[in-house]
Design a protein around this ligand. Structure first.
Ligand code: F6P
Length: 548
């Protein structure tokens, strides 16, 4: 047993499901003209509207009670103060210390990590400035023009998402390219056209053992040496971000070219650490600091706002309500901003790797659905792909809609058209279209009664589909920092409420081990491991065809 279903609030919320299921969101709005004011919140640069979620006053107060009974505030304090709440790995969870702009001391095992973080930030600053200014030169004395960032999962998604989101502010000092997939097609296409003399590789891996990253890094070294033909030149073209100095040394990267992170930084929360180096290189160190500052603002909000005004907590409670009570098993992320096109992928890792768990902190089976399937894409493209299902499918998918007031680039009336869609879609998902509206519409178009009767069932939109809306001032560095931190803290609160350890990823570790065994079978003669008939058959088929 999870210990959650016995809570008074949990029991009450279960009862509330029956009441809420009888109510249509449109009726809730019709009956309460204050609903938007009641169920929306603001912090600097962000409006969060959850009035189109299926909550009423009673549910809201029961969710508040749930947060209290789960002691979210107590756990929040434990996280910020460096207690080892990642119990399965005996680690603190301190990505917040990486953006602690107040510089207050935070201790792990008696060491003030704030000092370590600041020292590393200084190193990052000095290096990124040397590279950007052209002071750092390659083996032939030329300045760096292209940065190739090699890493996967949290060592890739965060930096890539942020540099894509802020590309509109980049000058033409450097280009940045990312390689995450072990499929050789990716690195081959990135390296094509690059010049070894002006290329800097950043190999980012917390463990420096991740096979995909190591394979790509070795290929990069081989490619580089084909031109440089001198191993000593590697020092000018390869830097690493890692906790594992033994491995970076063994790889051939000298210590002064290694930026460190710490075991209390989870991979999927690591973009605030030196893992963010590509951000500083591409956009400048000051922009990287602004991203940290935006996140820090949200940390302060998360720590100090009351439960009922605490946006990350509200996001988490709504997610638990939708998933574990109303039974919605998916959650769409729909940015109406091209700059945020990678946000769905980023949050997919953030939420699913964190809370995709089946046991509680204490190792008991949970008796409710934990994490929903997170997916999505930019809203406009989604409208022409999967919104049909969001509007009329019989699987209900709650969705987060994200837009900004100011576009990064003002091009004609594009932003007004984009935002019109943003507003229209959430309204339609909430209100739907009933038979009477369809009849009136079709009659006005001159359809006969029998045609109208035939079409009505197809054109009815039941509505009552929950959405939250976020409106940011503008997608700039601070806004990106704020947005990511809001979701990070949401994921944390969600984990606490669900009573799962959000900070480990044993499921991913399993996959890493499995693939390495099979790799030996594919590449070396005479090695076989026992497999089921399907896996053995697939491998035999592959090997046979590959030989021909
Ligand atoms: O995807 C699983 C994971 O363990 C992530 O948590 C991490 O971000 C990623 O692998 C990469 O790991 P590393 O930085 O050690 O290469």
């Amino acid at each position: 047993m999870s210990g959650r279903v016995e809570l008074d609030s949990w029991q009450k919320l279960r009862q509330s499901v029956l009441r809420v299921e009888q109510q249509h969101l449109k009726t809730m709005f019709d009956n309460d003209t204050q609903r938007f004011d009641k169920f929306s919140r603001q912090i600097a640069g962000v409006l969060f509207d959850f009035s189109k979620q299926r909550v009423d006053d009673q549910t809201f107060s029961e969710l508040m009670q749930l947060a209290d009974e789960c002691d979210v505030a107590g756990w929040r304090e434990k996280m910020f103060s460096g207690q080892k709440i990642n119990i399965t790995e005996n680690r603190a969870v301190l990505h917040t210390a990486l953006r602690n702009r107040a510089n207050t001391p935070v201790y792990v095992d008696g060491v003030n990590v704030t000092e370590q973080v600041n020292a590393e930030l200084e190193k990052l600053k000095a290096f990124s400035q040397r590279v950007r200014s052209g002071e750092w030169v390659g083996y032939t004395g030329k300045a760096v023009k292209n940065v190739v960032a090699i890493g996967v999962g949290g060592s890739n998604l965060g930096p890539q998402m942020v540099t894509d989101a802020l590309a509109a502010y980049a000058d033409d000092t450097l280009n940045v390219h990312y390689v995450s997939n072990v499929d050789g097609v990716q690195i081959a296409s990135v390296l094509k056209g690059l010049d070894a003399e002006t290329t800097l590789f950043v190999v980012s891996s917390k463990t420096f053992t991740t096979s995909e990253t190591m394979t790509n890094a070795k290929t990069a070294v081989e490619w580089f040496l084909e031109s440089a033909n001198d191993k000593s030149a590697i020092a000018k073209h390869f830097v690493a971000v890692s906790t594992n100095l033994d491995k970076t040394r063994a790889f051939g990267i000298s210590d002064e070219n290694v930026f460190t992170m710490w075991d209390w930084v989870g991979g999927r929360f690591s973009l605030w650490s030196a893992i963010g180096l590509p951000i500083a290189l591409y956009l400048g160190f000051d922009v990287f600091v602004e991203v940290l500052e935006g996140a820090f603002e949200v940390d302060e909000h998360f720590k100090s706002a009351s439960n009922q005004d605490n946006i990350p907590l509200l996001m988490a409670l709504l997610s638990v309500w939708n998933t574990s009570f109303l039974g919605y098993q998916a959650q769409a992320i729909l940015p109406y901003d091209q700059a945020l096109h990678m946000l769905p992928a980023y949050l997919q890792q953030g939420e699913m790797e964190s809370n995709g768990k089946h046991v509680t902190f204490a190792g008991e089976q949970v008796d409710y659905t934990t994490v929903p399937i997170i997916w999505g894409m930019t809203g406009i493209n989604g409208q022409h792909a999967f919104y049909q299902c969001l509007h009329q499918g019989n699987v209900i998918v709650p969705a987060d809609f994200i837009a900004s007031i100011e576009p990064q680039q003002q091009v004609g009336k594009h932003h007004e058209i984009l935002l019109s869609n943003f507003f229209a879609q959430t309204e339609a998902m909430m209100a739907g279209v009933n038979a009477e509206q369809v009849r009136t519409d079709l009659a006005a178009k001159g359809k006969s009664e029998s045609e109208i009767d035939d079409l009505i069932p197809h054109k009815i939109h039941k509505g009552n589909r929950p959405t939250s809306s976020f409106i940011l001032d503008k997608i700039d560095a601070k806004a990106v920092g704020r947005l990511i931190a809001l979701y990070e803290h949401k994921i944390f609160c969600q984990g606490i409420i669900l009573n799962v350890c959000s900070f480990d990823q044993w499921g991913v570790e399993l996959g890493k081990g499995l693939a390495s065994n099979i790799e030996a079978e594919l590449t070396q003669e005479g090695i076989t491991h026992p497999h089921d008939s399907s896996t053995a058959g697939l491998m035999a088929y592959y090997k046979q065809k590959r030989k021909n």
